[in-house]
Design a binder for this molecule. Sequence first.
Ligand code: FAD
Length: 250
Amino acid sequence: MTTDAWFGSASRWQEAVIERVVHQTPRVTSIFLRAALGPYEAGQHVDVRLTAPDGYQAERSYSIASAPGANGIELAIERLEGGEVSPYFHEVARPGDTFEIRGPIGGHFVWRSSDGGPLLLIGGGSGVVPLMAMVRYRATAGWDRMTLLVYSARTWEELIFRDELVTVRASEPNFELVVTTTRETRHRSHDFDRRLDRSLLREILTRWDQAPRHVYVCGSNAFVEAVTSALVLEGLPPQIIRAERYGGMA
Ligand SMILES: Cc1cc2nc3c(=O)[nH]c(=O)nc-3n(C[C@H](O)[C@H](O)[C@H](O)COP(=O)(O)OP(=O)(O)OC[C@H]3O[C@@H](n4cnc5c(N)ncnc54)[C@H](O)[C@@H]3O)c2cc1C
């Protein structure tokens, strides 16, 4: 048995074609692409590989923002100053361009509607991307159990998928969205404008008044570390908490 046959198509590099490039926020661009990935689940990611004309290659991971079963794949990529890969998607990538992709990857950070709820999703910055796949999947699967998305970003303008999330919130009584902005005062009266620490999490969870069955936390290393330890100190069982770390400190 070959390695590829053993691991399946997820381990094979294949061509992805960019269909659309949409600037979501000043620092985040969505890349809509077509690639022959197998079926994927909410929370999974892909590996992306860019090859320079001189043959130099760079690989990075990006979460899938689109819901399982969606027509096409959406990645939402934050531009990191001085980064090797992310600036390409902001400055160079155009519809029709191709790059390599492999996946879907990741089993621990997956949510299926059969897993049940209530569901607590906590994202920092671009860490909201796999959580967005869960929010979208929730809608396409007709799953209407209590869900809270706590989303921390620098400013209201920097909230990725903001309009879509506000629309879901307005149309779905069991979906709650709490935003906390760390670099400007809150935009809505029921939001917050400070870092997501233990006391803020306690305030949010007390207001929500649900015992989550599954918790998904995603963002930078520092964000995930702070949030997961605060949740455990607040009495949530560690075994219900799943975390995805993007690296970096911010
Ligand atoms: C499972 C997973 C899913 C992810 N999903 C997403 C996603 O959906 N969206 C998203 O935006 N990101 C995501 N990431 C992060 C992504 O993989 C990249 O790490 C990110 O895009 C940065 O890559 P880059 O090549 O642009 O920057 P890099 O070249 O890796 O650099 C990162 C930062 O470090 C700095 N740096 C680099 N080299 C040095 C050096 N020698 N000294 C000092 N500083 C340095 C750069 O200036 C930059 O700010 C994910 C990561 C993981 C692990």
